[in-house]
Design a protein around this ligand. Structure first.
Ligand SMILES: Cc1cc2nc3c(=O)[nH]c(=O)nc-3n(C[C@H](O)[C@H](O)[C@H](O)COP(=O)(O)O)c2cc1C
Length: 183
């Protein structure tokens, strides 16, 4: 089975990257395929709110603004589960995560039986700095996305520099558990 890991940090060796590596190990060590998507390497700007607020996203379930969104959106169709890892910026998702998840939600929230994430398990990870301020509000934003997409809230994990050592293990175990549950 295939599980997609989405990260949204500019740092290749930061906390977000460390979380993604643990998630990847948890998947591959249990026979799964892990596909990594680094949103900061892609061109996915914020939603343009086309026309009167809805472009082709609501009825056509596709974004009319052509960039890297289309291929990234399509790649999730055959994914059995999703792990979203975002750094905490100002108590929120990072900009690249917000851009992608906002546009994905618009395309999928009204797509009924064709919703590509409905019923699929999602693990959300908020990776914060030393203060940990705003980690909960970041996870709340992620939860709203998961609810709107009618996906399964598999787990919500907060990690800070302080909790790094034991929470990295938690992330690996959560990914492994998701993987084994999908077999
Ligand atoms: C613009 C910006 C805003 C941030 N806001 C917060 C915050 O609200 N709370 C917090 O605990 N850390 C905050 N941080 C720190 C990052 O969450 C932390 O350094 C995290 O580890 C970054 O992930 P990375 O290591 O993958 O880059 C902020 C960092 C940046 C660059």
């Amino acid at each position: 089975m295939k599980i997609t890991i989405i990260t949204s940090s500019p740092n290749k060796d930061g906390l977000t990257a460390a979380c993604a590596e643990q998630a990847r190990e948890g998947i591959v060590q249990n026979g799964g395929e892990a596909v990594l998507i680094s949103l900061n390497d892609l061109n996915i700007p914020s939603c343009s709110a086309c026309n009167n607020g809805w472009g082709t996203c609501r009825e056509g379930h596709a974004c009319q603004v052509k960039d890297d969104f289309q291929a990234t959106h399509a790649s999730l169709k055959d994914s059995d589960g999703l792990i979203i890892i975002s750094p905490v910026y100002w108590g929120e998702l990072s900009e690249s995560a917000k851009n992608f998840l906002d546009r994905l939600r618009r395309c999928e929230a009204f797509s009924g039986d064709k919703n590509i994430l409905a019923g699929k398990p999602v693990i959300c990870v908020a990776a914060a700095g030393g203060s940990g301020n705003g980690t909960i509000s970041c996870l709340e934003s992620m939860e709203r996305f998961v609810v709107h997409l009618r996906a399964v809230k598999y787990d919500f994990i907060a990690i800070t520099q302080r909790s790094r050592q034991y929470k990295l293990k938690t992330i690996k175990e959560a990914a492994a558990s998701m993987c084994l549950g999908l077999k």
